[in-house]
Write a protein that binds this ligand. Structure first.
Ligand code: ZN
Ligand code: ZN
Length: 283
């Protein structure tokens, strides 16, 4: 069994325009995947369209992300409609920054028929997405402060729950290390990451192995081997896997490599969520 539990259609503002859900289901089948879960973005802090809010603190580049409400609801509606036609299709959402607009998170979580919810953090409160930041003009203490705020909010997200799997734990490193070549001393965050893992394990939640890093400059998945081993050591078993594809050709990318890495790290199963319930499949 192989499945891609993290994919974006054109209902995500940063995905390729031709990435239609029907084509994604067909692409998944022709690449030999047993299931594909559509997890379009719902960045809760960008819930309203730009015309209906006064989020003036956000940088202009981020304005493409406004209107998460409309995109997310359309994505869910379309995926649910197509589920009866494509048996390999599951309907999920990538819930970004749920604590930065809890009412928005609640609205999405109340949608009937959801199979899977990824909890993600793409930006600290009142800061731009990590994608937009210029790390080369920061000193290392500023970068460490950003990471510290990031993991603190992530821990709080895990305590409050609401999602099924914690998305790309080391997301900021995609840019800090992958794009800017800056390697922060991550050992400073080992304790809080342990707390994050323990909280997820206690609450029966999963972490995600996000394989997008394999095809990006970072070159490793999010999170990498070090954290995969730590989670396993602490008793973590539930792990979802996803390519984070934003175009058809990336569907399923890196999944086999990811499964091999999981086996090396002592995992026996990968987890698929259906109807918000985990199902484990032997690796
Ligand atoms: Zn994400
Ligand atoms: Zn994503």
């Amino acid at each position: 069994m192989l499945f891609d539990s993290h994919t974006h259609s054109s209902f995500s503002p940063d995905a390729d325009k031709g990435t239609d859900i029907e084509k994604m289901a067909q692409q998944a089948a022709s690449s030999g995947l047993d299931y594909i879960t559509i997890t379009d973005h719902c960045d809760c802090n960008y819930w309203l369209p730009e015309s209906e809010c006064d989020y003036k603190e956000y940088p202009k580049e981020d304005s493409i992300m406004f209107g998460a409400r409309d995109y997310a609801l359309l994505s869910i509606e379309k995926a649910l409609t197509l589920k009866s036609k494509y048996m390999n299709l599951l309907c999920g959402i990538e819930l970004g920054q749920p604590l930065q607009n809890p009412q928005a998170a609640e609205r999405i979580l109340s949608c009937e028929g959801l199979d899977f919810v990824i909890g993600s953090l793409h930006m600290n409160a009142h800061k731009p997405d990590f994608y937009y930041m210029q790390y080369d003009i920061m000193d290392i203490s500023e970068i460490n402060a950003l990471l510290s705020d990031y993991f603190t909010e992530l821990l709080e997200m895990c305590k409050q729950g609401g999602f099924d799997s914690l998305g790309h734990l080391t997301y900021p490193l995609r840019y800090i290390e992958g794009e800017f070549g800056i390697t922060p001393d991550m050992s400073a965050f080992d304790d809080i990451i342990r707390d994050i893992f323990r909280t997820l394990i206690e609450n029966g939640k999963a972490i995600e192995l996000n394989t997008s890093g394999f095809r990006q400059r970072y070159g490793r998945p999010f999170p990498d081997e070090h954290y995969l081993k730590l989670y396993r050591l602490l008793g973590g078993e539930l792990i979802t896997i996803g390519s984070d594809a934003h175009r058809l050709t990336d569907i399923g990318a890196g999944l086999k490599e990811g499964c091999e890495l999981l086996k090396e790290c002592g995992y026996r199963y990968i987890t698929l969520f259906k109807g918000r319930k985990p199902e484990n499949y032997k690796l």
